[in-house]
Design a protein around this ligand. Sequence first.
Ligand code: TRP
Length: 330
Amino acid sequence: MERVLSGIRPTGKMHLGNYFGAAINWVKMQDEYECYFPIVDWHALTTRYEDISTLSQDVWDLILDLLSIGIDPEKSALFIQSLSPDHAELHILLSMITPISWLERNPTLKDMVRNIDVRESINYGILGYPVLMTADILLYKATVVPVGADQIPHLELAREIARRFNYLYGEVFPEPQPKLTESAIFPGIDGRKMSKSYNNYIGVTEDPESVKEKVMATITDPQKIRLRDKGHPEVCNIFTFHKFFTKDLETVEKECRSGDRGCVACKNELYNNLINYFAPIREKRNYLQANLDLVKEIVRSGQEKARRVSSATIQEVREHMGMSYGFRNI
Ligand code: TRP
């Protein structure tokens, strides 16, 4: 089986945008690939180094969410990046063969340089962000990397670094290919892209009361003011939500267009379907929350599974770089 690796940044609880945009794909990939899913807390630190008070909670929240939506520890290694020193070691070795000029081409970095508010806070870690990401991938010799479009330049750099390593020290790394997650852009309750930073999100395991409030506050067709007004589903966020949760979409659309359906009834139906869709996931999460020892055990074994692969790669890298000094597994 080919190996998949995707690093997941801990940004708090998973919302519908994360779920339909990325996470649902990871769940599906588990049957076709050997999957590695590190929670990349070092990557998170590159920008939130001042704000560590909830880092640990964010990491556990993410792990609980991932297990609840169907990441299966029997199939996939779910682990924490910073608990494996191999990630740090490969990062430092790759940093030696990565020209700064390659890193300065990184569009994410260029955006930050252009932005006067963040320019001053760009640190060494941010410059090296794609090198750390390359280490994450190459340690497991992953060939398939599911990412959103914004990560494509990082992947290109990862391939360049892999090629440069192989050229300098001998063939060790396969070149990782991106697999674009068809990013279903999921709208937030205000119609912009759903995002933590816009505070327009609905959490996958958010409690039903609060989901209800958010659904009721969601902006619908601005031209549909009265109950009997004819609606335009194509501009309605609630209709977009229905596409993910409602089987009989045709009826929703017909009744909206003809004015036979009011927005409140439509929202109630959506709310019920959404809550039902995520009921098993909420249940699983409650179970895990009550059995945190089990979760810790899962991470421990994910950590070990990952380490078996990464330490073999590190050994090979040291040998190719003439730094094993006659020792094995030291
Ligand atoms: N940069 C990725 C993101 O922002 C996270 C990440 C870190 C990653 N290491 C990775 C993704 C390795 C894929 C492979 O989402």
